[in-house]
Design a protein around this ligand. Structure first.
Ligand code: PMP
Length: 439
């Protein structure tokens, strides 16, 4: 079957190369391939499956909706499914956080939400320039690509660098506070930096190698943007939806961005993207940023179902406890198998094991796959092993995945020290039907 895919699907295909098998079913944190082999998922659809594969609440809601001939496609007409989603989003997410935003549904990719946000910022401010950051990732259509740092995705002939300046993200220059550089460039009429319409930033850079912006840096960005009447756009596409431990990743910083881009898990595993816009900036004319597949009703139904997880703080607390455990395990791995160039970064349930070399990271993730663990790399040179399990993963499943990761690391580095230390943290586990795991 893989040969058939290789013969017919464009060479642009990517993840099938990292995980060369044909998947057939999935449940919770597990994928099963067509031969019945099970894989533990530490990738979770790059953050689109924060609630796991086929959560019960989503399946039930979708089956009911389809059985009752619910509307599937409606452009951006009003449907009961849309109203129900918006009511839940307002009452469960926005109101309790004191956030006042209009919701714009865009085409169902994160990239299209970014396109909409930067277009609107340009329209509102009558300025064309945008500031993005080193290692930023905002998508691949040409507007969003201009904001994305990694040269691998660029080609000069795309002509996609226009009207964007990349400035150093928090930590890029060591201890230097890079928000001061932004401030100085903006204050100085002769700096050469055009006054931008917007500053767009990920609070934790996912594809960029799990780089976490500090609270102080984010607060400085908000202050600087407000001073110069620049819109602050938070791209929460990968680390929103609870990934960082709170629903929005910027909550701990106490900031209120002008716009927020959300996608991935907002649709409960189905395609949906939106931009949250402070009301004074919602200056679109009807249909000015349109698209046939805005308003995916099945995603409204699934998205409403998973919002129920946020009615109390249990999921947030679960994420915090998994987070501490994951960090401790990763630090143990660095201590045992790395050297002082290796590092661990992250927050909530987005963690990176920076092994400095893309080749080493690739070997680790490839070996992990052989052992039954789906895990990806990120960073400029793909040198960071990125952990992105479903937030609903159980303690036992997380233990197993971390153990498999440790085994992969141990086998890849040349002189493996003795293994047991994980047992300090990991309780012994047996996973039924997981016969390929050497536990
Ligand atoms: N922004 C961020 C922060 C992302 O992580 C991604 C996807 N990885 C995107 C934008 C683009 O989203 P999509 O792939 O759905 O277009």
């Amino acid at each position: 079957m893989l040969e058939f895919i290789a013969s017919i699907e464009s060479s642009v295909r990517g993840y099938v190369r990292s995980f060369p098998t044909v998947f057939s079913t999935a449940s919770g944190a597990w994928l099963t391939n067509s031969e019945g082999r099970r894989y533990l998922d530490f990738f979770a659809g790059a953050g689109a499956l924060n609630y796991g594969h086929n959560p019960r609440c989503v399946k039930d809601a979708l089956l009911d909706y389809i059985a009752s001939d619910g509307i599937l496609h409606s452009l951006d007409m009003a449907t009961e499914a849309k109203v129900a989603f918006l009511r839940s989003f307002d009452s469960i997410i926005l109101k309790p956080r004191g956030l006042d935003y209009r919701v714009q549904f865009t085409g169902p990719t994160g990239t299209n939400a970014v396109e909409a946000a930067i277009k609107l910022a340009r329209k509102v401010t009558r300025r064309s320039h945008i500031v993005a950051f080193t290692n930023a990732y905002h998508g691949h259509s040409l507007g969003a690509l201009a904001l994305t740092g990694n040269r691998y995705y660029h080609d000069e002939c795309y002509g996609s660098h226009n009207n964007v300046t990349h400035l150093p993200f928090d930590g890029y220059l060591g201890a230097t506070d890079t928000s001061q550089l932004l401030e100085k460039l903006l204050d100085d009429r002769s700096s050469g930096l055009p006054m931008p319409a917007a500053v767009i930033v990920e609070t934790i850079q996912g594809e960029g190698g799990i780089r976490v912006a500090s609270t102080a840096w984010l607060q400085n960005l908000q202050r600087i943007c407000a001073h110069h009447k620049i819109l602050l756009i938070i791209d929460d596409i990968q680390v929103g939806n609870g990934r960082s431990g709170t629903f929005f990743s910027f909550e701990p910083a106490g900031i209120k961005p002008s716009m927020v881009c959300l996608s991935k898990s907002i649709g409960g595993g189905l395609p949906m993207s939106l931009v949250l816009i402070q009301p004074q900036f919602d200056q679109w004319q009807p249909g000015q940023h349109t698209g046939t597949f805005r308003g995916n009703n099945l995603a409204f139904v699934a998205g409403k179902a998973v919002l129920e997880y946020w009615k109390d703080n249990r999921l947030g607390e679960h994420v915090q406890s998994l987070s501490k455990w994951t960090e401790a395990c990763l630090r143990g791995i660095v201590e045992r198998y790395g050297d002082d160039t290796w590092s661990v970064r992250g927050r909530g349930m987005v963690w990176g094991l920076d092994v400095v070399s893309g080749a080493v990271a690739k070997c680790i993730t490839a070996r992990a796959f052989e052992l039954g663990l789906i895990i990806e790399t990120s960073g400029a040179d793909d040198h960071v092993v990125k952990l992105l399990p479903p937030l609903t993963i159980t303690d036992d499943e997380l233990s197993l995945g971390l153990k498999l990761l440790e085994q992969a690391v141990r086998e890849v580095v040349s002189e493996p020290p003795a293994m047991p230390p994980v047992a300090k943290i990991v309780t012994p586990i047996s996973v039924p039907g997981c016969g390929y795991v050497n536990s």
